[in-house]
Design a protein around this ligand. Structure first.
Ligand SMILES: Cc1ncc(COP(=O)(O)O)c(C=O)c1O
Length: 452
């Protein structure tokens, strides 16, 4: 590969003072990949793309799911109460993640709703959450008629900044809901310490973090309860599906009861009959469980492959100017890589806007995304705060200070402007496919002037 020294020198000289420190430590990269990349026309400008091969489609189904699927179909036992598949899945998933118990649910959203309800998050409470997450994490708090209070994001880890949590605690705060976003584990040691000091419960949103690890333990088993999603795009998919994991029998019996219309369930509820508890129908079907049993067989192998490729990308991308790879939070030992993220610093690309960088990469055959926006500005929060219920539950003063706090999430705002994601299925490809990613980014960097 030709290294465009001249371009880099010019780039170093013209860099702003704010980036000087990073630039001083910048080394000319040694990719050792191929001679493919040189100054050449970008695909977006009509040049030859780095890659024309398709990426692996997702989800992938295995033929071993066919026979049990047909057998459930023919049996008519499609509901968990009449079958054995959902229970079988719960036991297997509990083994896989090292949890005492797992409850399967219809989705990740219903898993989180179940966990919040059972852990006592009620109308008028506040729950501290990360703003950098899929919208379901906001919604489930609103669905409890509670207030999602955002602690700013740590841009390096993409996760909630544990140092911003304590200042958000009020007398209404009931829970912390850390999200292991993109599969990157949140800083659970600090989060658990804050929770214990302030008598708060911790519900992990591990909906993107199957088999991710924090201090060697699986994400979703560190807090009071952990929640997972098995939606179609997920690393372990079943169309829709979710799970709550926990180690406390009483709490898990209540979770079961809540997800099953509030019917009494388990040894810890044996003195009850009928409907002693509020609840709803949040049950998983037998069909979902059949798919999950089959998907679980490949889960570890896939997770290892994603990890291997992600570490390779880390080692290559860190040498490209303006590409800031993610950092694992203190104590995080393994990411699930539902997405592979980095930050794009446009000042290193002569101020090429991120959308043009993304379009150029896509044209080179590398699908990518800008990720989450600042969703707290999208209207859903105002809609909730203006509702009759929220006006009853929270003082005018609290709602006004809350509105002001939404304007003070500078790190999250910046991350939403700079993030770039690759998708988990890309990480299941081969080393040469990872080289296509690296070469494409390098090509866009070296030829960025064509887009200015
Ligand atoms: C972080 C996070 N939380 C919650 C959910 C909700 O899961 P589901 O779509 O299965 O309801 C998702 C799903 O995308 C998610 O990514």
């Amino acid at each position: 590969m030709k290294i465009n020294i001249f371009t880099r020198r010019k780039f170093i000289i013209s860099a702003s003072a704010g980036t000087a420190g990073a630039l001083l430590s910048y080394k000319v990269p040694v990719f050792g990949i191929s001679n493919k990349v040189s100054v050449s026309e970008l695909a977006l400008k009509g040049g030859k793309p780095v890659r024309t091969d398709d990426w692996m489609k997702w989800p992938v189904w295995n033929s071993d799911a066919e026979e049990p699927m047909l057998s459930v179909l023919r049996s008519g036992n499609w509901y968990r109460g009449w079958g054995t598949k959902v229970t079988g899945f719960e036991n297997k998933y509990a083994d896989l993640i090292g949890a005492k118990r797992v409850l399967a649910t219809a989705s990740g959203t219903t898993a989180l709703e179940t966990a919040l309800h059972v852990m006592g998050v009620d109308a008028g409470d506040e729950v501290i959450v990360s703003p950098y997450t899929f919208i379901a994490t906001y919604n489930v708090v609103f669905n409890q008629k509670a207030l999602p209070v955002f602690a700013d994001t740590d841009q390096e880890t993409f996760n909630i900044n544990p140092h911003k949590i304590e200042e958000k605690i009020t007398e209404r705060t009931k829970a912390i809901l850390p999200v292991h976003i993109l599969g990157l584990p949140a800083d659970m040691r600090r989060i658990m310490a804050i929770a214990r000091r302030n008598n708060l419960v911790v519900i992990e949103d591990a909906c993107q973090a199957w088999l991710a690890e924090y201090e060697g333990k699986k994400c979703g088993t560190l807090g009071d309860l952990g929640c997972f999603s098995f939606q179609n795009s997920k690393n372990i998919p079943s169309g829709e599906g979710g799970a709550v994991a926990g180690n406390n029998d009483k709490i898990m019996d209540l979770c079961y009861s809540y997800h099953n219309c509030g019917r009494a369930y388990g040894k810890t509820m044996s003195e009850f009959s009928g409907y002693p508890f509020r609840g709803g129908n949040k049950r998983m079907t037998e069909f979902q469980a059949v798919i999950l049993m089959s998907q679980m067989k490949r889960a570890k192998r896939d997770a290892d492959k994603r990890l291997e490729n992600a570490l390779y990308l880390d080692s290559k991308l860190k040498d490209i100017p303006g590409i800031i790879t993610y950092k694992l939070a203190d104590g995080a030992t393994r990411s699930a890589y539902h997405l592979y993220p980095f930050r794009y610093k446009k000042e290193y690309f002569d101020d090429l806007p991120r959308e043009k960088f993304l379009a150029a990469l896509t044209a080179e055959g590398i699908p990518c995304s800008e990720g989450y926006g600042p969703q707290y500005n999208d209207g859903l929060i105002e809609e909730a705060l203006n509702s009759k219920g929220y006006k009853r539950l929270f003082s005018k003063q609290r709602l006004n200070t809350y509105r002001e706090e939404l304007k003070n999430l500078p790190d999250n705002d910046q991350l939403t402007r700079e993030a770039v994601w690759f998708f988990q299925n890309m990480l299941l490809a081969d080393r040469k496919d990872m080289d296509d990613i690296v070469n494409s980014i390098q090509k866009v960097f070296e030829n960025r002037k064509q887009l200015l």
